[in-house]
Design a protein around this ligand. Structure first.
Ligand SMILES: C[S@@+](CC[C@H](N)C(=O)[O-])C[C@H]1O[C@@H](n2cnc3c(N)ncnc32)[C@H](O)[C@@H]1O
Length: 230
């Protein structure tokens, strides 16, 4: 929905389509999966631990109107902003630690694009739910789980709740107990679930990052303990 470090917008078409009527993103960020194609029409539940990111979603879901967004001023190159919503449009992992930022041409352009995206997509998110909390506080229901945590290792650093703060063994244990299907994203350092290569993504300055996926489809036999992995 907005420019965000680690967002999946550019590669989202490579992930499986949701099989369930409910989509849960326990690491919401800008929620690229829930907004992709018709996914937004389902019941969508986002969980986000960073209060500033949560507040953006709360605003978009509960308060924002097309008119209000249209009136948001453009950003002027060279000026400064202390708005978190502006700062994340710099799309750098360090953005989470900036109190103010100098508006660059890239940031100004990203903001201009985001405003247009907000206006054309706002109606899609009005029935969504956003929960401020830890991923483990997600509702324990059968769903399509799109799990995209800060990646283990250096690329997941920088977020206010970064890879350094996550216990990946606990996350893996929690993940395999989800009912429904799990689509789990990781990078090259992911070693706590059986990840498979998904796609290579070209980033800034031609730097290639390798994306990995863990997919689990749970046929619903939680009591019998028969876990079906595909
Ligand atoms: C890789 S980003 C998600 C990107 C998202 N899929 C997108 O397309 O924009 C990971 C997100 O998880 C959040 N996060 C980190 N630790 C968390 C936790 N323990 N519980 C919930 N959210 C957490 C971060 O603040 C960040 O927004």
């Amino acid at each position: 929905m907005f420019y965000y470090y680690g967002r999946k917008k550019q590669i989202i078409r490579h992930y499986p389509k949701p099989k369930y009527d409910v989509i849960i993103e326990p690491f919401a960020g800008s929620a690229a999966y829930s907004l992709h194609e018709d996914n937004w029409k389902k019941k969508v539940v986002l969980i986000e631990k960073d209060e500033d990111v949560y507040k953006i979603w709360r605003w978009l879901i509960k308060n924002a109107t097309d008119n209000e967004i249209r009136k948001l001023p453009d950003l002027k190159i060279g000026e400064k902003s202390s708005e978190f919503l502006h700062i994340i449009h710099a799309v750098t992992k360090m953005a989470f630690h900036f109190k103010t930022i100098k508006i660059t041409p890239v940031l100004a352009r990203n903001w201009e694009i985001s405003k247009r995206v907000f206006i054309s997509n706002l109606h899609k998110v009005k029935h969504w739910e956003i929960i401020w909390g830890d991923y483990s506080e997600s509702p324990d229901v059968e769903a399509t789980w799109f799990i995209d945590p800060p990646y283990k290792g250096p690329s997941g650093m920088g977020y206010r709740y970064s890879s350094a703060k996550l216990d990946y063994d606990n996350l893996a244990d929690w993940t395999v107990r989800r009912r429904g299907e799990v689509i789990f994203c990781e990078g090259e350092c992911g070693d706590y679930l059986p990840f498979h290569p998904l796609v290579e993504q070209k980033g800034i300055a031609g730097k290639v990052s390798k994306e990995f996926i863990f997919y689990q489809s749970y046929a619903g036999q939680i009591e019998s303990g028969q876990l079906k992995l595909f």
